[in-house]
Design a protein around this ligand. Structure first.
Ligand SMILES: O=C(O)C1=N[C@H](C(=O)O)C[C@H](O)C1
Length: 292
């Protein structure tokens, strides 16, 4: 189900601080024009925690409209560390949403058995397929290859957004033996190229707001076995990702998109603070001169 590059959209704000719905629509078309396979609404990059329920509904509505028009896949991010309320949020997803990206329960650290029980319960209730968001450096919860493989055998669990901060033993084991119909999507921008080389189906990458076409080419090159091209693109794009993540995501990306005239302000909501002008200039420089 998951393949190619999916862009977790930023939520732009206008000068009054309101969600700039027109800018979301423009950005959505912009990345899809460049070959993105889908959009992710309400990810970390979309500052979901700082949006109120009405704003979240607005973001989903505009993304669903664009995805419908463009025959693209819409995934919506859901973060919770309680199974009952997460199941309720899944049941309440509006139509037009094709999948839900659900974070491993954070902070609580329920252990692997708890994580398995959580996702199996959610998968039974969810009206759309789930993609597990595994990001232990944010959630505090390890989940090994065996547990992910078991979850991947559930018919309503379509994949994992894999962001363990590098390539480790579990990464290699997982990608060496994937359940049928269970896709691995790279979720650590700087490591997407090696993950694709190991057999990931694509990536959910905030960096792909910029150079979307090049990220799509990277995934295509690994799939086609064009190793030379994939390595070159991979190292160039990893430099771009490093510059875009030099300060907390999505502050630098918003700074660059604003400088390019794609969003009305670079503003983020507290506790995030806007990126420094140095970080934004450096990221713009790397985007234009990737060798520097
Ligand atoms: O919102 C997302 O989805 C992503 N979030 C990650 C993060 O903020 O750490 C980065 C990734 O590119 C996508």
């Amino acid at each position: 189900m998951f393949r190619g590059i999916h862009v977790p959209l930023v939520t732009p704000f206008d000068s009054s601080g309101a969600v700039a719905v027109d800018a979301i629509e423009k950005l959505a078309h912009h990345v899809l024009d460049q070959g993105a396979a889908g959009l992710v609404a309400l990810g970390t990059t979309g500052e979901v925690a700082a949006l109120d329920p009405a704003e979240r509904a607005q973001v989903i509505e505009v993304c669903a409209r664009v995805c419908e028009e463009r025959s693209a896949l819409l995934t919506v991010g859901l973060t919770g560390n309680d199974t009952r309320s997460t199941a309720r949020a899944l049941r309440e997803l509006p139509s037009g949403v094709h999948a839900a990206l659900v974070t491993v329960p954070y902070f609580l650290r329920p252990g692997e058995r708890g994580v398995i029980a959580h996702f199996e319960a959610l998968a039974e209730e969810s009206p759309v397929p789930l993609i597990i968001y595994h990001i232990p450096y944010r959630t505090g919860q390890a989940v090994g290859a065996g547990a992910l493989r078991r979850l991947g055998r559930h018919p309503n669990i379509a994949g994992v957004k894999y962001a363990v901060g590098g390539i480790d033993q579990d990464t290699v084991e997982l990608l060496g033996d994937l359940p049928e119909g269970f896709d691995v999507m790279g979720g650590d921008d700087a490591f997407v190229s090696p993950l694709l080389a190991l057999g990931a189906a694509g990536g959910i990458l905030a960096s792909a707001h910029l150079e979307t076409r090049s990220f799509v080419d990277l995934a295509d090159a690994w799939r086609a076995g064009d190793v030379e091209r994939a390595r070159q693109l991979g190292s160039r794009l990893a430099r771009l990702s490093a510059a875009l993540f030099a300060e907390p995501n999505p502050t630098v990306i918003k700074g660059v998109l604003h400088a390019q005239g794609l969003i009305p302000t670079p503003d983020v909501r507290l506790p995030l603070v806007p990126a420094t002008s140095e970080a934004v200039s450096q990221a713009r420089l790397v985007a234009v001169h990737p060798g520097e």
